[in-house]
Ligand binder design. Sequence first.
Ligand SMILES: [Fe+2]
Length: 254
Amino acid sequence: MIDIHNHLLFGVDDGPQVVEETIELLKQAKEQGITGIVVTPHHLHPRYNNTFNDVESEIYKLNLNPLIKGFDIQLYPGQEIRITDKVLEDIEKNKIKGINHSKYLLIELPSNSIPHYTKSLLYEIQTKGFIPVIVHPERNKAIAQDINLLYELITNGALSQITASSLTGDLGKNIQKLSIQMIEHHLIHFVASDAHDATNRPFGLGHLFETAKLKKMDKVLRDLLDNNEHMIQNKDIVRKRPIEFKKNKFFGLF
Ligand SMILES: [Fe+2]
C-alpha cells in the first residue's frame, strides 16, 4: 500500500518537528501495511516553501539516519503545492516537479474558496505536460456547498485525492457523507492519509477497510489505492466518467 500525500519529513512544515515524531509516524505506517510513502511537504504555502530538490535532499538525509533503518518503507519525493500565481513560474524554474518525477502534481486549494483563476491555471499546468491532482477537495468550503464545482474541474482534466480520515468519519459525519458522495459521482481518483502526526492527524489508510460504512465500497477503495501505485510509476489511471451531482438524488448505497 502506497501513501501519496503526507507530512512525514521533520522540521520542514507543520508536520513533525523532530526525528522522533517522524519515527512515530513510520511505526504507524508500518503497522498499517504501508510499504511506500510519497513525502509531500507544503510548497507555495503562506508559511512554508519546499522546492522539489529540497525534498529530495531531506529524504537523502533521513535515509542516512540510523533510527529509520529497519522500517523497510520506501520514501519518494513530492510536494503539496498551494495554488497561487507562482505555480507556473516554479515549474519553469524546476522548483516544482511531479510526484516521484511523474506527470502528477498535488495541488491544494485554499480552505474557503476556489480562486477565480483556478480553471485557467489548471489548464496551463496541463499544457506543460502535468496532470493536476486536487488534494482533499472535501475540505474546501465552496466545494462542500456545491460538489459540482469539483465536477467542473474534473471534467476539465484535473484528478482528485480524498483524505482517508474524511472517509472513515474521523473528521465528522458530514464530511464522511460528502466524501462518499464524491466517490459515488466518480470525482475521486486517489486516497491518501495527509498525516501530520501520529496522534491528531495520523496515517488512516489501514482503517479504511475496518470502517463499517465503507464495507460496500471495498472494490472502489482498492481501485483508488491501485491508482496510488500507478501515480508513483507514472502510469495512466482509469478515469470513470464524472457524474454531475443532482440534489435529492438517492443513490441507494447507504
Ligand atoms: Fe497535506
